[in-house]
Design a protein around this ligand. Structure first.
Ligand code: ATP
Ligand code: MG
Length: 261
């Protein structure tokens, strides 16, 4: 088997319904996705299409009605604790300093406290946040909190990172800055990533591959290979292929006309 064919994550034919007004309400309608080792894969889909639901299923904290999840080649349906996860809002422990928030991710991996703290301080230096090492998360800006939250997820000893709209709460400028930052960090570490966003530009800038989902009940409308190389320039949006793919995705999501106005 070549490296190309090994999948860090396989979601096979997942169906999920909830109840609404005492009737079943279908959210996921046979969704299959895969993430290769070291691949950055994005789910793009309308609000309410079931992206976070799929994340909870991948994270093993919710069961599908039908279908399977496997992580690192092993059956993982309904098995929590196998992935690292970064939610939309930074989720740092407010009672711990920035250093200890990061160190705690390493301690989960069995690293001794003093060594974990030293590594945390080194990383804070690398990402230009050494000055806030002793602060508590509450006094940091949203962008700083997201950076630290991302670092926590990155240092968790898991092969798959799931990032659910990590930049949605940030202003446009900070968001662009964070995208460039994440791209550099990820290209240095090359972990398998499953990413969720509403932003087509963000998806095209960061990903190797994109799954475009329909409205609920979600199906995969199209799988798109993003043709831009690595390391990726942060100005890929200037490429003609970027505009073409953006157009294609807008059409798929039924927003093509709005865009043309
Ligand atoms: N525990 C639940 N019980 C009932 N309905 C739920 C539950 N969780 C999610 N839903 C419904 O499932 C649908 C999909 O929700 P989900 O949060 O997965 O969407 P999403 O694609 O992540 O949306 P967004 O882009 O807005 O974050 C929504 O209609 C939501 O109301
Ligand atoms: Mg969501």
């Amino acid at each position: 088997m070549t490296r190309e064919e090994r999948f860090q994550l396989e979601v096979a034919d997942v169906f999920k319904s909830y109840e609404r007004d005492r009737r079943p309400f279908a959210v996921l309608d046979g969704v299959s996705i895969r993430v290769r080792e070291g691949e950055f894969v994005t789910l793009l889909g309308p609000s309410g299409s079931g992206k976070s639901t799929l994340f909870r299923i991948v994270g093993g904290i919710e069961l599908p009605d039908l279908g399977r999840v496997s992580i690192g080649g092993r059956e993982a349906t309904g098995t929590p604790g196998l992935i690292s996860y970064m939610p939309q809002q930074a989720s740092l422990f407010p009672w711990m300093t920035v250093t200890d928030n990061i160190a705690s991710a390493l301690e989960i991996a069995g690293v001794r406290r003093e060594e974990a703290r030293r590594t945390a301080r080194e990383w804070l230096e690398r990402i230009g946040l050494a000055a806030v090492a002793r602060e508590y998360p509450g006094v940091l800006s949203g962008g700083m909190q997201q950076r630290i939250s991302f670092l926590r997820a990155l240092l968790m000893p898991r092969d798959l990172m799931c990032l659910d709209e990590p930049f949605a709460a940030l202003d446009a400028l900070t968001r662009t800055e964070m995208q460039g930052w994440l791209l550099r960090m990820w290209e240095a570490e090359r972990r398998s990533v499953l990413f969720v966003t509403h932003s087509i530009e963000e998806a095209l800038t960061l990903s190797d591959r994109i799954y475009v989902l329909s409205k609920a009940p979600a199906r995969v409308l199209r799988e798109i290979e993003v043709p831009f190389g690595r390391p990726r320039r942060s100005d890929v949006w200037t490429e003609p292929a970027f505009t073409e793919l953006k157009r294609e995705i807008l059409d798929l999501l039924g927003k093509g006309d709005a865009h043309a106005v």
